[in-house]
Design a protein around this ligand. Structure first.
Ligand SMILES: [Zn+2]
Length: 254
């Protein structure tokens, strides 16, 4: 003989399966989210690494240019000194001496600049190495996050498929308009779609919804009790109301 299942019981079944699916999906999502986050960090570090490598290359090139310029000045001084040895004219000699001194000043400035650039270049090299180490460590974290996603899929995947199928079957038993409201509530309350009726004081007929803790009008409690094929909602939070069989039996016995 087939047992008749009421709308409220069907909704309760759907509610439990919906929570199961959500729970399993959360585990998968958490692993995927961790992977996305670690991967993003790695991307940022690799970009930083590339930028520093570029800056380091440029600094090295500038050092080399400054050193060349300094050597040119040096060579020019050497040549001028040779020429000065053979010059007999005082005026010409003085002019050459001025040029030599100017070149010496210039060479000294170039050397200072080259030294400063070298120090910048060394700093960049150090930072580049640091970032590379960080990026390599991060790459390992990405690899383990990938493994976690695969593991989570292996562990959860079968259960999730099974629970999803059962949830679909349970959903197919609910009238379309009620199901649409259920789905909306389920998303809004993250699976806490149903409010269980809790008894505060039987003598004074005080009952609350455990979804929002607000007191329920006694008519709603009665409706849940005597009209199991009617959808009854909490007037405060709109959750679908249900009552535990034990409490129902206790109240009914009175
Ligand atoms: Zn409520």
């Amino acid at each position: 003989m087939e047992t008749r299942v009421s709308l409220q019981e069907k909704l309760y079944d759907l509610f439990l399966l919906d929570q199961q699916v959500r729970g399993l999906r959360t585990r998968l999502d958490a692993a995927t989210r961790r992977l996305t986050l670690q991967d993003k960090k790695l991307g940022q570090l690799r970009q930083q690494q590339a930028e520093l490598a570029d800056q380091f290359k440029h600094a090295q090139a500038e050092v080399s240019t400054l050193e060349h310029q300094s050597n040119d000045a040096e060579e020019r001084v050497t040549k001028l000194r040779e020429q000065m040895n053979s010059v007999r004219n005082n005026k010409e000699y003085s002019a050459m001496l001025v040029e030599v001194n100017t070149l010496k000043d210039e060479k000294s400035k170039l050397e200072d600049q080259a030294l400063a650039k070298m120090s910048t270049s060394d700093d960049l090299k150090q930072r580049l190495e640091d970032v590379k180490t960080q990026a390599d460590t991060q790459a390992k974290l990405v690899e383990s996050a990938k493994t976690e996603v695969i593991n989570a899929k292996n562990e959860v995947g079968v259960q999730l498929n099974d629970a999803t199928e059962k949830r679909e079957a349970a959903a197919s038993l609910i009238p379309a308009d009620i199901l649409a409201t259920f789905e909306r509530l389920a998303d809004h309350y993250d699976g806490e779609t149903m409010g269980q009726i809790e008894e505060q004081d039987r003598r004074r007929r005080e009952y609350t919804c455990n979804g929002c803790y607000m007191e329920l009008p006694i008519e709603r409690v009665n409706a849940v009790m005597v009209k199991p094929d009617t959808l009854v909602t909490c007037p405060s939070c709109n959750r679908f109301l249900y009552i535990k069989q034990e409490l129902k039996a206790e109240i009914g016995a009175k």
